[in-house]
Design a protein around this ligand. Structure first.
Ligand code: FAD
Length: 403
């Protein structure tokens, strides 16, 4: 593996960092109080991002993006992850970015014209409705939501929650069972539902650690009640919903991991700055305490080791595809999520009471990123998958639910 960054990518990351300094970090203080309030300024920054040629890094130029390959975009994700507003301002925020990818890969020309183009342009917002309150999200082959064929339509019924960005979204991509008698991973399909459909109901924004959020930065419970959409809204083939979801989540996990590394680096910088500036006695900075030095050293070593593992997983995906790299993807998903929690927690501890306030981004990261150990597969599911693959070589065959 070559760890050097090509000069053109260095230049791009430098430009992105400068844009972050000038346009994104200044939004943070307001965003921490209210995402709704920061939206007008954030949307103006988005326009300047487009003008600077830094918009939608992962999407092809023909759709209005930068057309970055997988690895350069992973690097960009780290740079943008340093701020909670980075991905939004650059037009590559979850869940829109993942939806853009699947619409691009599996959408018909008509679906691309109607949904993908305005999504990439930032003119509309989308959400992804897979997880249900009454079924385990960790086992997405088992769900209650159905889509029944009726003439030229599908009629969808079911309840979903944790539909990120469902509040005020224009379109949802919903996972629903279309083929109940097929093998478990071939039962569901993905269907595009415009949210102005009378059968789509936004029920509530979930309160996440005391914060209901707003718009893109919120997570909703939604219901589909006799929600009738034309069969042409099927994304990809019928019964392929789970496989499309896997396509979406594999590379998506690399981008999450790189974003988390960006958060780690920001928390690390804040921790070191505070250690050097906060005096515990006259002429005695906090960083002279051995325990603080150990936290800094442990954080540095953990972040750097995580980055090498993420690069390796990305390198393998690039060469051999997502399926071949699934062990590496499982390993980084739980490893980096854990390092993220520890580094942010240490940074908060170093800041003392200040760390608990919203005067720094640390408390925001702590609240919003605890979920990293849960979404896109909880830690335990990835650990079991990795162990299952390892034990297979030793003659132990385990099912996906263990046992
Ligand atoms: C902030 C946030 C954003 C999200 N965004 C979206 C979104 O946009 N769209 C969407 O569809 N979903 C989204 N989700 C849902 C997410 O994907 C699920 O929460 C996740 O898949 C876990 O499912 P669950 O909550 O039903 O937990 P469950 O499946 O009930 O699992 C609960 C716990 O049980 C344990 N567990 C589960 N299975 C196993 C196993 N096989 N072995 C050992 N232990 C196990 C784990 O500790 C797990 O945390 C989001 C979640 C969060 C927190």
């Amino acid at each position: 593996m070559d760890f050097s960054t090509p000069p053109e990518l260095e230049d791009l990351l430098h430009r992105a960092s400068e844009f972050m300094e000038a346009e994104v970090y200044p939004l943070e203080a307001t965003a921490r109080q209210s995402f709704e309030e920061v939206l007008p300024a954030a949307n103006e920054a988005r326009e300047r991002c487009k003008e600077a040629g830094l918009w939608a890094p992962q999407m092809p130029a023909e759709y209005g993006g930068m057309g970055l390959d997988f690895l350069p975009h992973a690097h960009m994700s780290e740079t943008l992850g340093r701020s909670p507003m980075g991905h939004y301002v650059f037009g590559c925020q979850a869940p829109d970015a993942g939806n853009m990818e699947i619409l691009h890969k599996f959408g018909t020309d008509q679906q691309k014209a109607r949904w993908l183009r305005p999504l990439v342009a930032g003119e509309i917002r989308s959400c992804f409705s897979m997880t249900e309150p009454d079924r385990p999200g960790s086992n997405p082959t088992w769900m209650d939501t159905t889509a029944v064929r009726d003439g030229d339509d599908f009629v969808i019924n079911g309840r979903k929650w944790f539909t990120t960005g469902g509040h005020l979204a224009d379109v949802a991509i919903v996972m629903a069972v279309t083929n109940p008698d097929a093998a478990p991973h071939m039962r569901a399909s993905q269907i595009i539902v415009p949210t102005d459909n009378p059968g789509f109901h936004h029920i509530r924004r979930l309160s996440i650690m005391g914060d209901v959020g707003y718009g893109w930065q919120s997570h909703s419970e939604v219901a589909y009640e006799d929600c009738r959409v034309p069969a042409e809204n099927l994304l990809g083939q019928e019964g392929f919903g789970f496989l499309i979801a896997q396509e979406r989540l594999g590379p998506g996990r690399i981008h999450h991991c790189m974003r988390w590394l960006g958060i780690c680096e920001r928390a690390f910088d804040l921790m070191c700055e505070r250690s050097s500036q906060r005096m515990v006695a006259p002429d005695r900075p906090l960083g002279t305490q051995q325990v603080i030095q150990h936290w800094i050293a442990e954080s540095r070593a953990e972040i750097d080791s995580a980055r090498l593992m993420v690069y390796h997983a990305a390198w393998k995906i690039d060469r051999e595809g997502t399926r071949a790299a699934r062990n590496e993807i499982s390993a980084i998903k739980f490893l980096v999520a854990g390092i993220l929690q520890r580094v942010v927690d240490r940074a908060i501890q170093v800041h003392g009471g200040l760390g608990m306030t919203d005067d720094t981004p640390l408390a925001w990261f702590f609240r919003h990123e605890r979920a990293a150990r849960i979404y896109d597969g909880p830690d335990e599911v990835h650990k079991s998958a990795l162990a299952r693959s390892m034990l297979k070589k030793y003659g132990i065959e385990l099912g996906s639910q263990g046992g």
